[in-house]
Design a protein around this ligand. Structure first.
Ligand code: NI
Length: 171
């Protein structure tokens, strides 16, 4: 098991659509274990494979509060099959460190996916789990939270990011 490096915006990998997994083999299980370890090490509630440089439809989620232990959800080839309601809360992303913004999401979603044993399963989520399910499936579609906010806020974000990157190059 290993903690993997997480790609940061503006890595172009993050804008690509991930490919469906054809077979749950030992190599994929190794990736899932490493992704889970990375998520826990960074105290995140979710991580998608493109964030660690693998363009595969794989994500891990755990929205359980730390003091209540672990409840890992593995999503392979996930698909949102039902959605309802609306929720509007601040989100962050390991690929955009330090940035938080309110994102409009479905309040409840149902997702069909395979688990780490290749078994088909259905996950229903509301609140934080609903947000995490949408945030991670967005990653697999090449979308980040900045693609879900108003163009005004996105432009401000991009301007600030450009300044930061320039400052880094010059510093
Ligand atoms: Ni993210």
């Amino acid at each position: 098991m290993a903690v993997l490096e997480v790609l940061k915006y503006p890595s172009p990998v993050l804008n690509n659509k991930a490919l469906p997994v054809k077979e749950v083999d030992s190599k994929l299980k190794g990736l899932i274990n490493d992704m889970a370890e990375t998520m826990y090490a960074l105290s995140a509630v979710g991580l998608a494979a493109p964030q660690v440089g693998k363009l595969l439809q794989v994500a891990v989620i755990d929205v359980t509060p730390k003091e209540e232990g672990k409840n890992l959800i593995v999503l392979i080839n996930p698909r949102i099959v039902a959605k309802e309601g609306e929720i509007f809360l601040e989100e962050g992303c390991l690929s955009i460190p330090g940035y938080r913004e309110k994102v409009k999401r479905w309040a409840r979603v149902k997702v069909e996916a395979m688990d780490e044993h290749g078994e088909k399963r259905e996950i229903e989520g509301e609140g934080l789990l609903s947000i995490a399910l949408q945030h991670e499936t967005d990653h697999l579609d090449g979308m980040l939270i900045i693609d879900r906010i108003s163009s005004l806020k996105r432009n401000i974000f991009k301007k600030n990011m450009k300044k930061q990157l320039l400052a880094k190059e010059q510093g």
